[in-house]
Design a protein around this ligand. Sequence first.
Ligand code: C6P
Length: 420
Amino acid sequence: MGSRHDVGIGPSSSRTFMNAQFNPETIREDFAIFSTNPELIYLDSAATSQTPKQVTDSILNYYENFNANVHRTIYSIGNKATQAFESAREKVAKFIHAEKSKSVIFTKSATEAINLAAAAWGRKHLSAGDEILITEMEHHSNIVPWQLTAEVTGADLKYIPITEDGELEKWENHISDKTKIVAVTHQSNVFGTVNPIKEIVEKAHSVGAVVLVDAAQSVPHSQVDVQDLGCDFFAFSGHKMLGPTGVGVLFGKPELLEEMDPFLGGGEMIKTVNMETSTWNDIPHKFEAGTPNIAQAIGLGTAVDYLNNMGMENVHAHEQDLLQYAVDILSNISGITLYGNPQNRGGVVSFNVEDIHPHDVAQFLDNDGIAVRAGHHCAQPIMKRLGVSATCRASVYLYNTKNEIDRLASSLEKIKSVFA
Ligand code: C6P
């Protein structure tokens, strides 16, 4: 859908993106993987999304035209690299409606972003008697870092249970004067549940607690506004939003980031170093020790351009349409159990086929060219709550079509007859 060649710092110009009408068939042409694998039906974007050529081109452009370290050099290609890296930060900040780009810290992933906040904020603010509040629907990435922080600080780790429908159960009752931080997923990777973050933030702030939102599954699929949500920290990954692997983001309110001590030590995160002590660089650099993931951040900036060009409202509407279609079709196939029925939901459907192990289902679907995830989805507490060891999960994105959902349904019908 546009020129693949751009020797500027990043393909954000009209040369790269033509204003397209939202059309998944045209969108698919931007993704090389669908021409190299014409039979592929990719329904696992909740794990990792596919990457458009514009993004891979921008990474190649960096390596071929201005590959250099950032913030350290005075020669031209180094300046160009710094400019592209910082421009990616600006794009990401705008995309999530952060007031200031210094709130955006590049990490390696959502996982690292949450670990950073849990360690650096936790060490500073938590002690015995304080409570960290998480939920039963969290991904392991938003459970384990808090367990580690609780261990180090002596704080208690509490959780909000979930209902059969995959929603938070009476979450209000769990926030008390003891609560110092609430860490909650914006959108569940198993049920698709979209949680009432704004309300949670209001309640948490009323008792003086801060809120970290795990936005790994929401940022790629909906319009997000950290100022409107009011959250204090917000974490997500590039590879689930058409960007490359190896880059994630921690948004933090500047006043919180400024008072926190560094998470990792090394080059660029310091102002001065002597043999005994050091002083820290300003945010965001204080949290980006060493050579950062330059190419990946530039690629993420281009992914943001791509999504902006498509319009997040269009991406969301398309996925809602596919979700409804998938739920309608799959719930009419006998022997299929769908897990969760949240009122507010993103494009994720978890299911099992009666008497057939989800890994066998996924293997069978793969033989038909259909990629779904099977397993515990890094959410073992949810599996325990559901009383299953694993589920299959189909998740959609802007390049999926109703025809692909039909193919999933007919393949599932076939599995039942083969295993009968
Ligand atoms: N979930 C899934 O298939 P990383 O791995 O750091 O990019 O993202 C971690 C993460 C954090 N929170 C949520 C809600 C997530 O869904 C994920 C990643 C993938 O569901 C891979 S396990």
